[in-house]
Ligand binder design. Structure first.
Ligand SMILES: Cc1cc2nc3c(=O)[nH]c(=O)nc-3n(C[C@H](O)[C@H](O)[C@H](O)COP(=O)(O)O)c2cc1C
Length: 221
């Protein structure tokens, strides 16, 4: 269930991962003494979508991880317009404000025709500096590729936005066999919980490091 199928299932959390999660806050400057904000973004707005089930499962993983302030952003609530607006309306402005408030992001995305949803692209494009110098991770789901083709297309988009995508993620292959959308839980823990923790540790490291850096001097885009 990792984004790296060639390396096999994610190992359980190694002890060596712990300093990633603890050292930056333990040696914190004043900017690092409060929990970084993590925005978990539901990337699908399709009628009858499965996306919120994966997002809520991951939100709970992040909650149990215990190191982030968590904001679950549903693009359906943001009412992302199909036409790029000259003057965003109130739900879009609120969505952008919530991105600005975050220090890290997790995009929960399905795979549509080997890509990611069009609404998600519009939502990404509606913001700019709000993505800058912040880490991004992915939870993906789909058929045989587990949504990974969508994830690989999102990486260069976020590079253009000066965001840092983390290497590890969570991917649900043939999700109707591996994830129970009704209960919003994986059918078995065959590595997905460990994969989530690994990604959260990486997001924590980057979010604290980059928040400190942004507080010391403005990012140069
Ligand atoms: C327009 C469309 C295209 C799809 N293309 C793919 C695909 O290329 N690969 C895949 O694994 N699943 C594909 N699927 C199946 C999705 O993985 C599945 O419908 C999933 O539930 C979509 O996420 P959502 O329910 O959150 O919208 C496609 C679904 C739709 C609606």
């Amino acid at each position: 269930m990792t984004t790296e199928p060639e390396t096999g299932p994610a190992p359980s959390r190694p002890d060596s991962a712990l300093p990633l999660a603890t050292a930056p806050l333990a040696t914190a400057t004043s900017a690092s003494t409060h929990a970084p904000g993590l925005a978990v973004i539901v990337g699908s707005t399709r009628e009858g979508r499965a996306g919120p089930a994966f997002a809520e499962w991951f939100r709970d993983q992040a909650w149990n991880h215990g190191r982030f302030r968590i904001d679950l952003i549903d693009l359906a609530d943001a009412k992302i317009p199909s036409v790029y607006p000259a003057h965003p309306d109130s739900p879009v402005r609120e969505y952008i404000r919530r991105l600005a408030d975050a220090d890290a992001f997790v995009i929960v995305t399905p795979e549509y025709n080997h890509g990611y949803p069009g609404t998600l692209k519009q939502a990404i494009d509606l913001a700019r500096s709000e993505w800058h110098a912040k880490p991004v991770g992915f939870v993906s789901y789909g058929g045989v590729a587990g949504g990974l083709r969508a994830v690989e297309q999102l990486r260069p988009v976020f590079a253009e936005l000066h965001a840092v995508t983390v290497r590890d993620g969570v991917s649900f292959r043939n999700y109707w066999e591996t994830f129970d959308v009704a209960t919003r839980m994986p059918r078995a823990d065959d590595g997905c919980n460990a994969a989530a923790i690994k990604m959260l540790d990486q997001l924590l490291w980057w979010s604290v490091a980059l928040r400190d850096a942004r507080s010391q001097r403005p990012y140069v885009a």
